[in-house]
Design a protein. Structure first.
Ligand code: SF4
Length: 477
């Protein structure tokens, strides 16, 4: 389904619509009662109307106001967690089309997705699950969630701190994975929760307050660093509440944490002022002028405030890995179609096998990581399922053969990823977005990042040539 154009101004003023997809087809349903509602309130109204089993995607007031940091929320199966298509302003796009929610309700449908070879599909899926359960990373992620990496990010000097002025936070122990787990378990929350049925890694969690009442689900590394250390905030309760507020007004917690960090640098509030930060997020939902500025993200906030140190690439806030502290990520941020997106090719793992502060080799490693990430994304797999495929990359072909009957080698599957990257780059090129147009923020080339005191110094010329020469298959995954 492709939705084109925007509704007339009068229709937008009257209130948003729901895009309803059912066994009978799809249609827009007027829903003025959802206008301006927070995400949880929106879901409650939709549950009452469509029941427990309907699939729901919705935006908060930030999306309705077409703010650049607005995302699209989706509750998990038991309405405990909110997961987000958070980055890139998709919520603003949805808001611009005049609809507040997409509801998929298959009641009455007899359609079953065809499976070419059920036995092969099940056998390959079983192999994947068993191999994942044997991988030590699975236990680590299950135990500590994505914040398992926080202590290493901090000691490696790459964790955004006080608007990217340091790579290390003196109160990191208060917000690290071990502390997250301790608080969750002592307060009766839940660690090791899946975000989708069938996941064996289960890296999500439910983070409660001191009385055992849920604050947010799930609390993750990126939100902890951007809303925490990057804002000088060291209380997990405050960070969780900030994360919850972002989820409710419907904005990306990475972009919002970066925008608040910029606002703190500008003196709008002080670093460490958790209550001030919460007020700014509430103002996003209320649509005050200051809230609208913050809700448009770090770039606009920095420009309006007259700040030189704005941590964005291609207009998008840099996530929890400062590019001076892990240069492969800087290359990914500059050369990937989405800009500052760690999921496009995260070089954090290269801490284990290369010097992440040297510029040599970073372009080659980022290229490999980007093809890998595009492959998993294209197949609709979580990025964390990679380990079993390292030794048996041909299993990608078996998954696709089982489901669709296609005969694809590992090389063929990589071509799918390559095609995705090419298409996205072509889109950018037609939109006038290039590496040179949106380079690394100048301060990251000039200002050494404590405690390792590195600057970002990978040559633009080398990065520009990254995708030249067409497709070269990876010999390993
Ligand atoms: S699908 Fe991925 S993100 Fe979700 S719980 Fe499993 S490992 Fe975590």
């Amino acid at each position: 389904m492709i939705i084109e154009d925007t509704p007339a101004e009068a229709a937008v003023k009257a209130g948003p619509d729901i895009l309803e997809i059912t066994a009978e087809g799809s249609r827009f349903v007027e829903a003025p009662e959802l206008k301006g509602k927070l995400v949880d309130d929106t879901i409650a109204v939709l549950r009452a109307k469509y029941g427990k089993k309907a699939g729901i995607f919705c935006i908060g007031p930030a999306g309705e106001m077409m703010m650049y940091s607005a995302g699209i929320a989706s509750p998990d199966d038991d309405d405990v967690q909110l997961r987000y298509a958070a980055r890139g302003g998709l919520g603003a796009l949805m808001g611009s089309k005049g609809f507040k929610a997409i509801v998929v309700d298959d009641k009455g449908s007899t359609y079953k997705a065809p499976v070419y070879d059920r036995e092969l599909l099940q056998e390959t899926s079983r192999w994947m699950a068993e191999a994942l359960l044997k991988d030590p990373k699975t236990e680590n992620r299950n135990t500590y969630g994505t914040s398992a990496i926080l202590a290493l990010a901090n000691t490696s000097g790459l964790m955004p701190t006080r608007n990217f002025s340091s790579g290390s936070f003196e109160k990191a122990d208060d917000i690290a994975g071990e502390r997250v787990r301790k608080e969750i378990l002592s307060r009766g929350g839940q660690a090791g929760k899946p975000c989708v049925a069938g996941c064996v890694i289960k890296c999500s969690n439910v983070f409660p307050d001191k009385n055992g009442r849920q604050i947010v689900a799930s609390l993750q590394y990126e939100s902890i660093t951007l809303l925490g250390s990057n804002c000088g905030i060291a209380s997990l309760d405050d960070i969780a509440e900030l994360n919850h507020l972002c989820n409710q007004v419907g904005v990306d917690s990475i972009e919002t944490g970066a925008a608040i960090g910029v606002a703190m640098e500008a003196g709008i509030i002080e670093f460490g002022d958790a209550e001030g930060a919460k007020d700014l997020v509430r103002q996003i939902g209320q649509g005050t002028w200051l809230g609208r500025i913050i809700g448009h993200g770090a770039k606009l906030t920095g420009r309006v405030a007259g700040i030189r140190r704005i941590p964005v690439i291609k207009g998008q806030a840099i996530p929890g890995y400062d590019p001076r502290g892990v240069k492969g990520n800087g290359v990914t941020y500059i050369t990937s179609p989405m800009g500052a997106d760690h999921t496009a090719g995260n070089a954090f793992e290269t801490l284990k096998y290369m010097d992440v502060l040297k510029r040599d080799g970073q372009v080659a490693i980022s290229r490999k990581l980007q093809i890998r990430a595009a492959l998993l994304d294209t197949l609709g797999l979580c990025l964390f399922v990679r380990p079993p495929f390292v030794n048996r990359p041909e299993q990608f072909g078996n998954l696709l053969k089982g489901r669709y009957g296609w005969d694809l080698s590992f090389r063929d599957v990589q071509l799918l990823a390559w095609d995705t990257i090419k298409t996205e780059r072509e889109f950018n090129s037609r939109a006038g977005v290039s590496e040179e147009f949106c380079p690394i923020p100048e301060f990251m080339e000039d200002e050494p990042l404590p405690p390792k005191n590195a600057v970002f110094d990978v040559e633009m010329d080398e990065m520009r040539k990254m995708w030249e020469g067409g497709f070269t298959p990876l010999d390993e995954f």
